[in-house]
Design a binder for this molecule. Structure first.
Ligand SMILES: Cc1cc2nc3c(=O)[nH]c(=O)nc-3n(C[C@H](O)[C@H](O)[C@H](O)COP(=O)(O)OP(=O)(O)OC[C@H]3O[C@@H](n4cnc5c(N)ncnc54)[C@H](O)[C@@H]3O)c2cc1C
Length: 401
């Protein structure tokens, strides 16, 4: 967004509580690599220029990439400045930091979609002596207490952590709710190649039936690795990971799980087949140069998975919560949040408070907004809207669409 504002000669400042790319320096586990291929991390005027476009950057490499972008474009960023409040002020906003105050006609909230780990209420029932660890606080298997691990959640973080912890030799159980199964490669191409080529990543927020739900669909079961392996319930099971249903209760040291594991897995299989059908139709219509259509075997799960586990008896010493995130708006003192604390917006335009924008959250304007590279197009369109707002031009909520 800063680059777009500079292009339009709009005076601005970027306030960052840590360093540039802070989330990639502080909030990721040691082994994390992007699940999106490198070619997909291009930023405006700063395409990926390395020699491995189909590879997957480590978190440190992402931080370097973003840092290099900020330096190359001379982004006016003030680091080590935490915004403590954004308030309405005259026709604009007052922004407070520890010891400074800014007055701005417009504010773009680019504080990320993963500020706060979302833990289900059952997390309150973790017994004393068992480590309760949100995925954001996990670093590596070596730092966990000895013993078994229960991973709650089977989306990208959950399956990656279960896989890594199981490889370290510990017994792992995964509590599995709704999830999105995805192969790493399909018909000889990376799955993100397909999603890009077939137009999935370009689906816009205003074309999707239930956008609120779509913004909360779990991340796909994918990992970025040199061997381009697929990680899903099948691969975890083959590695000896115990799969159980959704965690429903945790009381007196006993975890209870739903009996719906087979159904949840079946649903994910069906949705995967639907996605692959769409890819096949696109490939046929465009005569794409790809391999032959494939279908993956249905996910196998135990017919009667455990419904109850006594943590002490099972030797489970750690529970890792891979149950998603939400943005942190605790410092936003503009009355725009809904009763669930969510920020309603139209593709990043906070309609209820003119001049307020948001970026960098799931499915903000289109499916690719969920990923780093999506910022290129989103920033262009939102900057255009913002420019109109500053110029006093009447701007409809969907003018940026
Ligand atoms: C575990 C995980 C894995 C991911 N993997 C991928 C992937 O493989 N590929 C991909 O494309 N995307 C991935 N993403 C999504 C990706 O992180 C986001 O798309 C991207 O980080 C959004 O960038 P951002 O700058 O908007 O937000 P963030 O990277 O979250 O940055 C927000 C910044 O705001 C700062 N900040 C927050 N609050 C304040 C405040 N009050 N005052 C001052 N500064 C503040 C933070 O310090 C931070 O630096 C992943 C996300 C997570 C959580």
């Amino acid at each position: 967004m800063s680059r777009r504002l500079t292009e339009r000669s709009i005076d601005h400042v970027v306030l960052e509580r840590g360093e540039v790319a802070n989330s990639w320096r502080t909030d990721r586990w040691d082994s994390l690599r992007l699940l999106t291929p490198n070619w997909q991390t291009g930023l405006p005027g700063f395409a990926y220029a390395g020699d491995d476009p189909d590879g997957f950057m480590t978190a440190a490499e992402v931080a370097d990439h973003l840092g290099a972008f900020a330096r190359a474009l001379d982004i006016p960023v003030r680091t080590g400045v935490t915004v403590s409040s954004v308030q309405p002020h005259d026709d604009g906003y007052r922004v407070l930091t520890g010891d400074e105050e800014y007055v701005a006609d417009a504010v773009v909230l680019a504080n990320g979609g993963s500020g706060i780990p979302v833990l289900p209420p059952v997390a309150d029932g973790v017994p004393a002596g068992v480590l309760s660890l949100p995925s954001k606080a996990y670093r590596s298997p070596d730092l966990l207490p000895d013993g078994g691990v229960l991973v709650v959640g089977a989306s990208a973080s959950g399956v990656q952590l279960a896989d890594e912890i199981a490889r370290s030799g510990r017994p792992v159980t995964v509590a599995t709710g709704e999830h999105v199964r995805m192969p790493r490669t399909y018909r000889g191409r990376d799955i993100f190649w397909w999603m890009d080529a077939a137009g999935v990543l370009d689906e816009r927020f205003d074309e999707i039936d239930d956008i609120v739900r779509a913004r909360h669909v779990p991340s796909p079961q994918l990992v970025g690795s040199d061997d381009r392996r697929t990680v899903d319930l099948g691969s975890l099971r083959a590695r000896g990971v115990r799969l159980v249903g959704r965690l429903g209760r945790l009381q007196d040291g006993v975890a209870q799980f739903s009996g719906g594991l087979a159904n949840t897995a079946r649903l994910a299989d069906l949705k995967l087949d639907r996605l692959l059908d769409r890819f096949d139709e696109w490939a046929a219509a465009t005569h794409a140069d790809v391999g032959d259509p494939e279908r993956f075997a249905p996910t196998e799960v135990d017919s009667s998975p455990a419904l109850e586990l006594d943590l002490a008896r099972e030797g489970i010493q750690t529970i890792v919560w891979a149950t998603g995130f939400r943005p942190d708006y605790s410092w936003l003192d503009v009355p725009v949040l809904d009763y669930k604390g969510r920020l309603p917006h139209e593709g990043g335009v906070v309609v209820k408070s003119p001049g307020l924008y948001v970026m960098g959250t799931s499915l903000l304007r289109r499916r690719r907004s969920t990923y780093i590279g999506g910022a290129a197009q989103d920033s262009e369109e939102l900057a255009e809207h913002l420019t109109g707002f500053l110029a006093g031009r009447p701007v409809a909520a969907d003018a940026a669409v």
